[in-house]
Design a protein around this ligand. Structure first.
Ligand code: HEM
Length: 454
């Protein structure tokens, strides 16, 4: 989904730090596999069952600034009338932020939810700050001021995520309940941060959340497979056959949800006014975290639905080989090989650490091996793979409509038309810096190659 900025890696990755060791995210032998051990809810999946509460006390400083941001900030590249009218108020917002005290994040306490909320708030503030700055010539570093940079890096280290806006920030954690007495559902959710303030942005988050909630229905299927006591008896085969049949309509519904984008997500607005807010760092305008050791380096690609753990879990369950590690038919095309075969692996680093651990655990058992040994499972397995391949066929069409075609368009008149965006050349690239078309096709072709032939 986002889609424009290359992953900017400057040397060493963020360490697998302290926060990890405080949680149980690997199973001891004999312990049943349960999503709950990895912060995966049986109903809401990777979305928390409760919203993250607003930070209080001294940290209200951050929350309040985030509350003000959408009123006073527009994209720096926006040359429209409204953006021009807001320039002074926007500069005042950034100026105030530069004078803040550097808050001590240790005072956030012990609760994981508070650290996640801090990541969400700081990442949003950081993207507001960076992308509202007036455009700078190529080669100019973007300085993230110390009062933002230091806590952002500290919080990110603590929860073992990169110091940048992720799919978790904009979708998994970016909402509150309309009625707190009712459970999480699309109708009972209000999104908090809309960078562009547009319905298109809101509908994009709603679409992504709908896909997450639908995908959550697969969690019990993964769990059942992982907990089968034995993979050779008839009960196991019958269970797997039934679950593969169950998963097909879920994947088909994911396809329908994705295609629903066409009804209320405007491709032109999405492309020009929304996704630019999610962009990560790129080599021509590196981000510098003021007050942080210059030798520390980070993952700084922009937010993408490629970071949706539920889609990764499905790929693992069906054993889709994005990295081209296994010889499968038909052989990858030269274009497949040129695409970033490590894209999905890289996207994992942007997920909450517990969800990464969940995926690692899922990888310890192979459904495809079982299917290969069991001819009666081949049909149901291939049907599920075929459904996922169709999802990706549809996703290529969406990527073409929302990114590739729009890259040739002129920015909307309300943003100043052709005056807006000096950096058009980079804008049909994916998050990994790859051209979008070959990347999405490589994912579709890798899915196709999972099909087992007779
Ligand atoms: C308007 C809606 C969407 C657009 C325009 C879109 C576009 C893209 C693009 C351009 C990429 C390439 C990687 C990147 O740069 O981020 C991508 C990757 C990806 N997107 Fe989407 N996306 C949309 C919605 C969704 C939804 C709802 C899902 C999940 C159900 C999803 C799942 C993925 C996955 C898993 C990847 C990784 C590559 C792959 O699996 O083929 N996307 N998307």
């Amino acid at each position: 989904m986002n889609v424009s900025s290359p992953v900017h890696i400057v040397g060493r990755l963020l360490g697998e730090t302290a926060y990890r060791s405080t949680r149980s995210n690997s199973l001891s032998s004999g312990q049943p596999f349960s999503g709950r051990l990895f912060d995966v809810d049986p109903v809401t999946g990777f979305i928390p069952a409760q919203p993250l509460s607003r930070l209080t006390g001294e940290f209200s400083l951050w929350e309040d600034a985030l509350g003000d941001a959408s009123r006073v900030l527009k994209l720096g590249e926006d040359k429209g009338e409204e953006a021009q009218a807001k320039r002074t108020a926007g500069e005042r917002w950034r100026q105030q932020l530069r004078t803040w005290p550097v808050l001590d994040v240790a005072r956030l306490g012990d609760k994981r939810t508070r650290w996640r909320r801090a990541h969400y708030v700081l990442a949003c503030l950081m993207h507001y700050y960076i992308h509202s700055l007036p455009p700078q010539p190529a080669g100019t570093a973007i300085i993230i001021p110390k009062p933002l940079a230091v806590p952002m890096v500290e919080v990110s280290k603590k929860i073992d995520m990169p110091p940048i806006l992720t799919f978790a920030d904009i979708v998994l954690w970016n909402w509150e309940l309309v009625n707190p007495n009712e459970p999480v559902s699309l109708d009972n959710i209000r999104f908090l941060t809309l960078f562009s303030g547009t319905e298109t942005e809101r509908n994009f988050y709603a679409l992504s959340l709908a896909a997450e909630l639908k995908g959550a229905e697969m969690v019990e299927i993964f769990e059942r497979f992982m907990n089968l006591p034995c993979l050779t008896d008839r009960t196991a085969v019958a269970t797997v056959a039934r679950d593969l049949e169950r998963i097909v309509p879920i994947i088909n519904e994911l396809s329908d949800i994705l295609q629903g984008a066409r009804s209320n997500i405007d491709p032109h607005i999405f492309y020009w006014a929304v996704r630019a807010w999610w962009d990560g760092s790129d080599a021509s305008r590196p981000w510098v975290f003021e007050g942080v050791s210059p030798y520390t380096s980070f993952e700084l690609g922009g937010a993408s639905a490629g970071q949706s753990s539920v889609m990764h879990a499905l790929d693992i369950y069906l054993d889709v080989d994005h990295a081209l590690k296994h010889p499968r038919q038909p052989s990858p095309s030269p274009e497949n090989r040129r695409a970033d075969t490590r894209f999905m692996e890289k996207m994992r680093r942007y997920m909450p650490v517990e969800h990464r651990a969940y995926l690692t655990q899922l990888q310890t058992r192979s459904l495809r091996d079982l299917v290969q040994r069991t001819p009666s499972l081949r049909g149901p397995y291939n049907a599920a793979v075929e459904a996922l391949k169709k999802f990706r066929d549809g996703h290529i069409r969406i990527g073409t409509l929302y990114i590739i075609s729009q890259a040739r368009s002129v920015p909307p008149a309300f943003m100043g038309g052709s005056e807006a965006f000096s950096r058009k050349d980079e804008r049909s690239k994916g998050t990994g810096g790859n051209p979008v078309g070959p990347l999405l096709k490589a994912g579709r072709d890798a899915t196709q190659r999972a099909i087992l032939k007779d």
